[in-house]
Design a protein around this ligand. Structure first.
Ligand SMILES: [Zn+2]
Length: 276
């Protein structure tokens, strides 16, 4: 059976959803957080070991008796939780034999190396999609999101409750929000000599499996004179608007932004709302 990326994504997310249901049934409640350790017990994963892995988040080892996940103990707990869930995604990928099913048409290119990179990228995105559903199950996340409101001010609360990073929570908001919402991440260059922010990624609303939003910001550089830059400098919510391109048209959308992290690791997350 051949599958495109979108079909493969819904299959692996569906399998992750089954695990969520199994866990909820076993513990008798659906209160977050959903931890990788809890899922490991439901699967063929013997243990999760905290160890020193340098720059790597986690690795998956296959043994005759089952899997062992090694996770980087130097990373914070939210990151460890996602890295482990991503490795659980790899076990689901092989359980479902999805990799062999991915249609070559998705990776058609004249350059075999580019093809290998595209395949690897698709595989990693599938594992991220599974991890996202395991840690922030759509149905549960939606309940909390509608209680807190789709706002940049809900990101910290959601990240703490679901024990994920702020960026993972922001991406999930864009995916799960009933109202169309685009999440964006802005970074400065090391040292920030140019006093500007650059767009690192933007997500949703759009094609979940490719991760590509239908809306793309027209300008991807934020200068220090811009309103948005105030989010980088201060601690409060900054309201501004931004021009987005979708297809051949452009539209100005209202946006909420906030700065997070300190000094070299300072970054800004924005949520834009095409329908407001
Ligand atoms: Zn991976």
């Amino acid at each position: 059976m051949l599958l495109n990326l979108e079909q493969a994504t819904s299959l692996i997310v569906e399998r992750a959803g089954q695990l969520v249901n199994q866990l909820v049934e076993q513990r008798g409640h659906e209160k977050p957080p959903f931890l990788s350790e809890e899922y490991a017990r439901l699967l063929d994963i013997k243990r999760i070991e905290k160890t020193d892995l340098g720059e790597v988040g986690a690795v998956l080892l296959r043994f005759h008796g089952g899997y062992v996940i090694k996770v980087n103990q130097k990373h914070n707990l939210a990151r460890q939780n996602f890295s482990c869930a991503h490795e659980i995604g790899h076990t689901l990928l092989s359980e479902l034999k999805l990799e062999a099913c991915l249609e070559d048409v998705e990776f058609r290119t004249f350059n075999p190396q580019a093809q290998r990179i595209a395949r690897a990228g698709a595989r990693e995105r599938l594992c991220d999609a599974a991890a996202t559903e395991l840690l922030m199950p759509e149905m549960v996340f939606k309940k909390y999101l509608s209680a807190f409101g789709v706002s940049i001010n809900s990101i910290e609360r959601l990240a703490n409750i679901f024990r994920v990073s702020l960026q993972a929570a922001a991406i999930r908001i864009a995916e799960a929000s009933a109202e169309p919402c685009i999440a964006l991440l802005w970074l400065s260059r090391p040292g920030n000599k140019s006093k500007a922010l650059r767009l690192a990624w933007h997500v949703g609303p759009g094609n979940k499996s490719t991760g590509k939003a239908n809306y793309a910001p027209v300008h991807t550089l934020v200068r220090h004179t811009s309103t948005l830059y105030r989010a980088y400098q201060g601690e409060t919510l900054v309201k501004s608007s931004k021009l987005f391109r979708f297809g051949a048209a452009t539209k100005r959308c209202p946006m909420e932004s906030r700065g997070f992290g300190r000094e070299e690791r300072r970054y800004v997350i924005s949520l834009a709302f095409p329908d407001r």
